[in-house]
Design a protein around this ligand. Structure first.
Ligand code: TYM
Length: 329
């Protein structure tokens, strides 16, 4: 059966881009494929995290994913640092990827440029090798992600192919699965930039667990374009096209079709806010219930870790043997 793996960083609150670009697809995939989803806390520490904050955000992320529709009976849901094979394999892959390849990662260039105080961790640079490890560790075929992860996925494929040709057939070469609509949700205030946890754009970022009235206000104030025509044209009309993509993704239609129904920006904004809230409100209610029972959440997280570990150990052994590490007595 097709194996699916994907992950989300618990470094901030889940936003609408995470949900529409990735998590929504995971919820569907879990019923069709053998699926594993991960709160990637080891990725989060590539930029400095407050320890208490990291703990609570990791728990929050797991609760958020379950609230969004992941069912720990249907998929494996784990916290990355609970399965140490992720970091074990990452080192093997760091030695299989080149400095040049890592230097070409646009996300590294963007994020390192944004770090305050000039401290750029080595982990931020080698991060794509850890991401490749996450994927290859489970013989993953399909990786549902947003558009911004395409380059990292290409690198994971290159690393798998290189490892296989150097050391013999060891890893499955994965494929990215990027949604047709809302693969790159843009910032509502700066529609040339993607919506992001790490960019300081409160008004432009819609959080999945934000007050409904605040969400409605953000859509009302969304930047549109200078003319008045409602048309789907991401290059010429990024603000309006972003709203159309969000609305279309929420109602399961094409952005260009949805555009035909609106002549005024104001109506489009109201309709988009309503469609988003119709999707998010039930998720918000479920999360509140889940966070009220931390013992149950801890139990689910432990189940995920032990199921994942069972799979990871086997692939890790395969990789060690292929590379020539001496087995223990
Ligand atoms: P992260 O935590 O930045 O984002 C989680 C998922 O959300 C998608 N996404 C978006 N989609 C549409 N529009 C946006 N504005 C937007 N912003 C984020 C991302 O593409 C992603 O799918 N490195 C990854 C996490 C990761 C991972 C993995 C993913 C670690 N290991 C292995 C897949 C497989 C990341 O930082 O995602």
């Amino acid at each position: 059966m097709t194996r699916v793996f994907s992950g989300i960083q618990p470094s901030g609150e889940m936003h609408l881009g995470n949900y529409l670009g990735a998590v929504r697809q995971w919820v569907i995939d879990q019923h069709e494929y053998d699926s594993i989803f991960c709160a990637v806390d080891l990725h989060a520490i590539t930029t400095q995290q407050d320890p208490d904050d990291l703990r609570s955000k990791t728990l929050d992320t797991v609760a958020g994913l379950i609230a969004a529709g992941l069912d720990p009976e249907q998929c494996i849901l784990l916290v990355q640092s609970h399965v140490h094979e992720h970091t074990d394999l990452a080192w093997l892959l760091e030695c299989t990827v080149s400095f040049g390849e890592l230097s070409r990662m646009t996300q590294f260039k963007d994020k390192s440029a944004r770090q305050s105080g000039d401290f750029v961790s080595a982990g931020l640079f080698t991060y794509p090798a850890l991401m490749a490890a996450d994927i290859l560790l489970y013989d993953t075929d399909r990786v549902p992600v947003g558009e911004d992860q395409r380059q990292h996925l290409e690198l994971a494929r290159d690393v798998a192919t290189r490892f296989n040709s150097r050391y013999g057939d060891t890893f499955v070469v994965p494929e990215a699965a990027i949604p047709k609509t809302a693969a790159r949700v843009m910032d509502l205030q700066a529609p040339h930039n993607k919506m992001s946890k790490s960019v300081d754009s409160v008004a432009g970022t819609v959080l999945v667990f934000e007050e409904p009235s605040a969400i409605a206000k953000k859509f009302k104030r969304a930047v549109t374009d200078s003319d008045t025509e409602v048309r789907f044209d991401p290059d010429e009309k990024p603000g309006v096209s972003n709203l159309l993509s969000i609305l279309a993704a929420c109602v399961g239609r094409e952005p260009a079709d949805v555009a035909d129904e609106y002549t005024r920006y104001g109506d489009l904004k109201v309709a988009t806010a309503e469609a988003v809230l119709a999707v998010l409100e039930p998720i918000q209610t479920r999360r509140t219930e889940l966070l009220a029972d931390p013992a149950e959440l801890a139990r689910l997280i432990e189940i995920g870790a032990s199921k994942a570990e069972e799979l990871a150990v086997k692939v890790m052994d395969r990789a060690r043997n292929a590379m020539g590490f001496l087995p223990r007595g």
